[in-house]
Each structure stands twice: as structure tokens, then as C-alpha cells.
Write a protein that binds this ligand. Structure first.
Ligand code: 26V
Length: 833
């Protein structure tokens, strides 16, 4: 421990090369790090080392890493402003970032120095890491994808700003009471965040409500919007450091603040109610992330959120136009729409160009069409966002007018091509008439976007053929595929240091930014010593996971168990129920005496899943998983050969512990329902084998790793369609399959609900008489595939070989490759050298 724990005053006269404020102890040596750490502890936290608590130390430590990156960040901001490079503006309502400290240490190359520096201060760096509350500003795949993409863009040196919302409360914290999900607010900001920088000087006004009018502007008739109320959008910047390249991009999240001046004006105009309303509503806008991830509720606050962040973001970009000349816009920026959530940006840009900058409509539309591209992330029809005309017109009257005009001109073109085909016009109109007049945001995005992409080959094909067939006929060149990816920095290097070291030992460095190089591992799969080392890494990861689960939840994975993991949002289409039927089948086999426990492959099933708070069936399924776990884990007849663990509050931090320890990855959605999946990629890259359907990115994973190293089961998408067409009767499957019937009967009997058969009756009848996701139809194929898994797992050497080949052959799924694809085929932009 340093003798004097008060830092000396900063050295004077040391001018930084970038002419920034003098940097004391520039952290790039152990001494420098210690000194800067103590400075932050003393001057930012106001405590001495000996008096500090672990939160103080975490903050001072994080600030020290931040200080180190700051000079690079400011330089990158300057460079991006000065350069003529096209800036990728990623518009996303969600960013599921995960913890920042480790990632920023890794990116800055400070891990070793920092570890040594903390050791010199007698501080356990692991304990500090555990202090960080992850910013959970997203629901699931879509939000995590955004986080991976901005990591890749920084690492590739692409000028990028991620725009989004600084939610005060992120995705809820999940707890279980009597096995049932209870949601707790996620107050991730109560301790403050060392990673954010508010910039009130760049605040933007965002307005709502009111009416529109036309006026005469020197002989030209123009429209203008007279809003009724407004809020201030204050940007908070977060650093997005590239991996060891000295680059730092910006994530800019907007926070809503009440604007007194604006309210006063309305107040004076006599509209008291509107004034009070704006006061009350203003700061509500960025308060909470909506925890729904598939069924849009048409909630007014959510539309406010969407317009709030895109209006602020567009204003933020437009203010930087050289000479205020909008014609240069398409050369300078591209707005990528992450699903339909930010699509209101389209009429907003039109409004700015036409009403504020007085461009002709056609010129404005020409520009707008070049500035947007749209990514669709779903196939579920109920997930496609629509806004009622009534609501949109009340909140954003001018935008509704603009949407109507875009629609009219588009339908004119459709008419030119096809004549007065009323059915077609109705089907392609942005405005739906039933069940109520509403705006189809995906249509608007498709018409306005220069490109429309799906997120995996199968998804993009279904998007063209099933979701938007008329549009793909009308705009044949617009529709493309860009397969998703994940960042190997977080999900291999940080999450699985043991595997990373082993890979580097084998093939050298460089693979973390050129992930296809993992191919060089293929030959190592044949090397018994390498296999042993690989298996040892997996075993160590399991031990580490055990430590984490023991401390977190008091759980234990038994020695020698296969670790079988299913982590993702709880949704019927993802089919956690199918997994559960497998478990119940094994359990029923043992307890009925038909199967000897000793003949069952020892497995621990690990679930992680949050359900949308209003999704009743999903919550019932969570309850059932916990109920089955409780019974199975406690039953001595199982002889410890089966375990069911459901750690609550699955999040990015837990994912980073679970994935490296997994042997088997469950990707079992009904074919045609999962757009891509990205967890599937993370597991394969960490050496888990996949049991999966022919769905989403599973298709591409299987193609790359090869049939022998992937457990495929279930109907294909065309088979699913054919069965629907024939008429699907789940009860027939129940009747015809003894093992399925026994599993369902056991659940129906109340065996997992203390004898009360009513508790899970809704699940049982849903399966038997509704089963929209064909759980029963795929059950038998799934069970057979699980038997193949058991057989393969029995041959340890061959399993390990397959696991290595999974790692070697899935480098394609780096988000760096995804970003290359977007750059080349959508954004037409290049890294800034
Ligand atoms: C949808 C909605 C609907 C309205 C209410 C609020 C809300 C919030 C989020 C979402 C996003 C759901 C779409 C989504 O997360 N899709 C997932 O995207 C992943 C990345 O492309 C992909 O891997 C998953 O397959 C897909 O389900």
C-alpha cells in the first residue's frame, strides 16, 4: 500500500500534446495508474484510501480508466468533425451494453497495469468489477446487437454515433417469489455512473401536440407546425473504445428535461392544462424502458420516447451540416433504423427539410431516401409496429400530414405500375384501415429506406416472400440480407480468458480482430494434447460458473454433469416448454421405474429468461420451470443425475459466465419464427454444441460447422407451413406418443404444484388445444436428437473434437464481419484512417 494515501498535487507545466488540460499521472505505467487512481479517490470521491469503501474504489478505478481514454476520445471527436467521412448514425431505442469497466480496460490495453496497480494498493480488482451495475438499456437480442455493432465500428475505426435513450430504469430486475416472476425496478443510476458525460450545452428542444397551419411565404404556400408542449433533450455521452486502436466513438443517449421557458409561453397563452401536462410529462419520457419485446401496446408514452430521441438526434446531426447545406446530407450521414422503433425519423427529417429549411418536397424526399436504411428483426406479425392515426395525429400532427403525402405519392407509383388494383393498393398502403386507421411503420421504413435488411439468410428470404412480398416485388433491389454477429472482444476474450489464451497459444495473436482466422484451429482438433487443454478450459469455466452461482443463488452444478443451457427471453415461439417436456420426460422415466437412474446421462439444465410483465402465459411457464426444478432437484430417486437451475435476472453479466461453461446450447424455436438469434453464435464460439431447429442463424451455423457437429431436429419452415395447411391437431400427437402423454399427464396431475392440478392447467390446455408454436409436433424429433446428444457426449474425445470445430468454423459470426457487410452494401462508407 502506498505510504501516503493522499496524492501529491498534479505536476504543473506538463502540457499535453493535444493541448488539453494537463494530465496528472497519465496511467500508462503502474505508478502513473496508482497516482491517478488516488487522485480520483481523493479529489473526485473525497476520501482517502484507508477511509474508502468498495464503491469509492470502484468509482476512482473506473475514472482512472476513463481518464486514460479521454484524450483519445476528444481527439476522435475532433477528427470526426473535421473529416469528410460519412458518419454512421445508428438509431436504436435499445442498447444492452453490459458492464463497461472490463471492456474499457481491455480496449485500452490497461488490464495488466491496472491489476498490478490495484494489487499495489492492496485492492482486489475482482471485487471492484462486481460493484458495477450493468446498464440494461435493452430487452434482448435487438439491444445487445446494437451494443455489439458499435463495438465493432469503433474497433474498425468507422465514424459512428449510436443514438438512443438514457432510460432512468432499464430492463426490470427479476426475482422469484414461490417460483413466480416478480419485477423490481432497475435503478442502475442510484450510485451514479462513472461512464457518462452530460452535455447540457448541446440540449435540443423536442415538441409535441398542437396543430398545423399553412401560411404565405412571399407567394409560396408553406406548412408549419404549432406545437403545444415540449421538452428538452439533454445528451449524455458514453465512450465506445475500439479494441487497442486508440479510437473512441460516442454513444449519445438522450434524457428528457422539463423546459420552463416553453411551458411559460403556453401558460401565458392561457392553456393551463397543456402547461401542467407538459411539466408532468416532460421528464417521464426517458424514465423507463418498455419491457415488452414482441407485442407493441400502442402506448402514447412509447411513441413519445421514439419521437423524442430521433428528433433530438436529427437536430444534433443537422446542426453540423457544412454551411447548413442539406444537399450534402447523404454524403455525410446514414441513419440506420434498428427495427421500426425509430422510423418516425423519416417524416421528421422531411419536416426539417421542407418546413424549416424550405426545400421543395421532391428535393427533400430525394435526400431523405438516401439517408435511411431499415433493419427488420422479427417475423411475428403481432410484433410489427403500427400507430393509430388518432394518436399519431394528436401527438405529431405535422408528421401525420407528411406520412399521408408520402403514402399518396407512393400509391400513385403503385397505380402507375399495376393500375387501379384496389386490393393491392389496400395491401401496400402505409395506412391500414382495420381494425382501426393506423400507420404501418414497417411499410413507411421500407418505402423510405435505401435498403431493407433481414438479420439471417432464412429471415431475409421470409421477409421477402412472406412478410413484405409486394414490396420486394416493387423494390427488388432494396431487400438484402446481413447476417447478425457478436463481438468477440466481450464474448470470447473477456468472457472466456482461458479459451482466449489457448487460442492465442495455438495460432498467435490477431484473431480477435480477424475472427475467420479461427479456422487455423481446425487441425488442432485432431491433436490430443490440445483437446485435453481445451477440455480443461471448459472444466475450469464450469468451476468458475459454480462459484458464481453458489455466491449469487446458492446453486450448485454437480461434478461431471453435462451443462445444458437455454438462455433467452421467455417467449412461446422460443419454446422453453419443449425443453421442459424433455426434462419432465426424463424425470417421469426414472420415477416410474421404466428407466434406471444410472442409465441417464448426468445433466444440469440451466435456464435464464425474463418474461414481459404483461405476458401471462410466459410467466406461467417460468412458474412451471421453477416448480419442476424444485421437485426434480429434491427427489432422491433421481440419484443426483438431473439438475434444473433457473438463476433469476438473466442479463449480460450472467451470460458472460454461463456461455463459456456450456456444453450444449438450446436453440429450439419453431422454424420460421426466430429472426436470427445471437446467443446461438456466442455458444458455438465458446465451444458448446448446438441442438437446434432449422431456424434463424442456426441454419448458417449448421452449414458452417457441419451436420456431424450440430444436432438438428424438428420440422423445417416449409414443413411447418404444410402442417398448418393440412390442419394441425396437437391432441393427435398427444394421443399417439406414449412418452409425450406421460409427460403432459404428469404436469396435468399436479405433481409439480403440490397436487393442485389447476395451477398449470392453462399451460396443458394451451398445448393440447392451441399450441401455436407446434411444441407437440416437434417433441418426438427433439427427444431423438437429445438421445443423439447423450450418445455423442459419452465419447468425450469426439465431443471435444466437435466443440473445437465449432469454435474454428464460426468466425464468420463476428460482428466485425456484419459491419463490413453493412459498410459495403448499405452504408457505402469506409473507416477513417
Ligand atoms: C419489439 C418491440 C415491440 C413493441 C414493444 C417494444 C419492443 C421492444 C423491442 C422489440 C424488439 C423485438 C425484436 C427483437 O429483439 N428481435 C430479435 O432481434 C435479434 C437481433 O437481430 C435477433 O437475433 C432475434 O432473433 C430477434 O428475435
Amino acid at each position: 500500500m502506498p505510504e501516503n494515501d493522499i496524492t501529491p498535487a498534479p505536476a504543473t507545466g506538463a502540457t499535453h500534446p493535444l493541448a488539453l488540460a494537463p494530465v496528472a499521472g497519465p496511467a500508462s505505467s503502474v505508478d502513473g495508474f496508482v497516482r491517478q487512481f488516488l487522485r480520483n479517490l481523493n479529489y473526485e470521491r473525497g476520501v482517502t484510501l484507508s477511509a474508502s469503501n468498495v464503491a469509492d474504489r470502484y468509482f476512482a478505478f473506473a475514472m482512472t480508466v476513463r481518464d486514460y481514454l479521454m484524450a483519445r476520445w476528444l481527439e476522435d471527436l475532433r477528427r470526426q468533425l473535421a473529416s469528410k467521412a460519412k458518419v454512421v448514425c445508428y438509431l436504436s431505442a435499445e442498447y444492452l451494453l453490459g458492464r463497461q469497466l472490463d471492456n474499457n480496460l481491455l480496449a485500452s490495453g490497461l488490464t495488466d497495469i491496472a491489476t498490478e496497480a490495484m494489487a499495489a494498493c492492496g485492492i482486489d480488482i475482482y471485487e471492484l468489477r462486481e460493484q458495477e451495475v450493468e446498464p440494461g438499456l435493452g430487452n434482448g437480442g435487438l439491444g445487445r446487437l446494437a451494443a455489439c455493432f458499435i463495438d465493432s465500428l469503433a474497433t474498425m475505426g468507422v465514424a459512428n454515433v449510436g443514438y438512443g435513450i438514457r432510460y432512468e430504469y432499464g430492463i426490470f430486475r427479476q426475482t422469484f417469489e414461490d417460483g413466480q416472476q416478480v419485477e423490481q425496478p432497475d435503478s442502475w443510476l442510484t450510485m451514479g455512473s462513472p461512464w457518462e458525460f452530460p452535455h447540457p450545452e448541446f440540449a435540443q428542444d423536442v415538441r409535441f401536440g398542437g396543430h398545423t397551419e399553412t401560411y404565405d411565404d412571399d407567394g409560396v404556400t408553406r406548412s408549419r407546425w404549432i406545437p403545444a408542449w415540449g421538452v428538452k433533450a439533454v445528451p449524455y455521452n458514453y465512450m465506445v473504445p475500439g479494441y487497442l486502436n486508440g479510437r473512441v466513438n460516442t454513444l449519445r443517449l438522450w434524457r428528457a428535461k422539463a423546459t420552463n421557458a416553453f411551458d411559460l409561453r403556453i401558460f401565458n397563452s392561457g392553456d393551463f392544462e397543456e402547461a401542467v401536462r407538459s411539466q408532468t410529462y416532460a421528464e417521464n419520457i426517458s424514465q423507463v424502458l418498455y419491457p415488452e419485446d414482441s407485442t407493441p401496446q400502442g402506448k402514447e408514452l412509447r411513441l413519445q420516447q421514439q419521437y423524442f430521441f430521433v428528433a433530438a438526434s436529427i437536430a444534433d446531426v443537422v446542426r453540423l451540416l457544412p454551411n447548413g447545406d442539406p444537399s450534402t446530407l447523404p454524403d455525410r450521414v446514414i441513419f440506420q433504423l434498428n427495427d421500426t422503433h425509430p422510423v418516425i425519423a423519416v417524416p421528421e427529417l422531411m419536416r426539417v427539410l421542407v418546413d424549416d429549411m424550405h426545400l421543395e418536397w421532391d428535393a427533400a424526399w430525394e435526400i431523405t431516401q438516401k439517408c435511411f436504411a431499415y433493419t427488420c428483426h422479427t417475423l411475428l406479425p403481432e410484433a410489427l409496429e403500427v400507430w393509430s392515426v388518432e394518436l399519431l395525429g394528436r401527438l405529431l400532427p405535422r408528421h401525420l400530414e407528411i406520412i399521408y403525402r408520402i403514402n399518396e405519392e407512393f400509391l400513385d407509383r403503385v397505380r402507375e405500375r399495376y393500375g387501379d388494383d384496389l386490393m393491392r393498393l389496400r395491401d401496400m398502403s402505409i395506412i391500414a384501415e382495420f381494425p382501426e386507421r393506423s400507420v404501418r411503420m414497417a411499410y413507411l421504413a421500407t418505402i423510405a429506406g435505401a435498403k431493407v435488411n433481414g438479420v439471417a439468410e432464412l429471415h431475409s428470404q421470409l421477409l421477402r416472400d412472406k412478410v413484405l412480398p409486394q414490396f420486394s416485388e416493387f423494390f427488388p433491389d432494396k431487400f438484402i440480407n446481413v447476417t447478425n454477429g457478436i463481438t468477440p472482444r466481450r464474448f470470447i476474450k473477456l468472457a472466456n480468458p482461458g479459451l482466449s489464451d489457448l487460442i492465442t497459444e495455438a495460432i498467435g495473436t490477431g484473431w480477435l480482430t480477424d475472427l475467420e482466422r479461427l479456422r487455423e484451429l481446425e487441425s488442432y482438433a485432431e491433436n490430443p494434447d490440445f483437446r485435453t487443454a481445451f477440455a480443461e478450459v471448459k472444466a475450469a469455466n464450469k468451476r468458475h460458473l459454480n462459484d458464481v452461482l453458489r455466491a449469487r443463488d446458492g446453486f450448485e452444478i454437480a461434478d461431471g454433469h453435462m451443462v445444458d443451457v437455454m438462455v433467452k427471453r421467455l417467449h412461446e415461439y422460443k419454446r422453453q416448454m419443449l425443453k421442459l417436456l424433455h426434462i419432465v420426460t426424463l424425470y417421469e422415466g426414472i420415477t416410474s421405474g421404466r428407466v434406471a437412474a444410472a442409465d441417464v446421462t448426468p445433466r444440469t439444465f440451466v435456464f435464464g429468461a425474463k418474461a414481459a410483465p404483461g405476458y401471462v402465459m410466459a410467466k406461467r411457464i417460468i412458474h412451471l420451470i421453477n416448480a419442476v426444478g424444485k421437485v426434480v432437484n429434491a427427489d432422491p430417486r433421481v440419484e443426483g443425475r438431473l439438475g434444473v437451475l433457473f438463476p433469476p435476472n438473466y442479463n449480460v453479466t450472467l451470460a458472460e459466465r454461463l456461455i463459456p461453461a456450456a456444453d450444449l446450447s438450446e436453440q429450439i424455436s419453431l422454424a420460421g419464427k426466430e429472426a436470427s438469434g445471437t446467443g446461438n453464435m456466442k455458444f458455438a464460439l465458446n465451444g458448446a454444441l448446438t441442438i437446434g431447429t432449422d431456424d434463424g442463424a442456426n441454419v448458417e451455423i449448421r452449414e458452417l460447422v457441419g451436420d456431424d457437429h450440430f444436432f438438428l431436429f424438428g420440422q423445417s419452415e416449409p414443413e411447418v407451413e404444410a402442417l398448418w395447411a393440412r390442419g394441425y391437431r396437437p391432441a393427435d400427437f398427444y394421443q399417439a406418443d406414449d412418452s409425450l402423454r406421460r409427460a403432459i399427464d404428469l404436469i396435468a396431475s399436479g405433481a409439480f404444484s403440490g397436487g393442485d392440478a389447476s395451477v398449470f392447467e392453462p399451460i396443458v390446455s394451451n398445448l393440447l388445444y392451441d399450441d401455436r408454436f407446434m411444441v407437440l409436433a416437434d417433441y418426438s424429433s427433439y427427444l431423438q436428437a437429445q438421445e443423439r446428444v447423450d450418445a455423442a457426449y459419452a465419447d468425450t474425445e469426439s465431443w471435444t473434437r466437435s466443440a473445437i470445430l465449432n469454435v474454428a468454423r464460426t468466425g464468420y459470426f463476428s460482428s466485425d464481419r456484419s459491419m463490413r457487410d453493412y459498410l459495403d452494401r448499405i452504408w457505402r462508407a469506409e473507416p477513417v484512417r
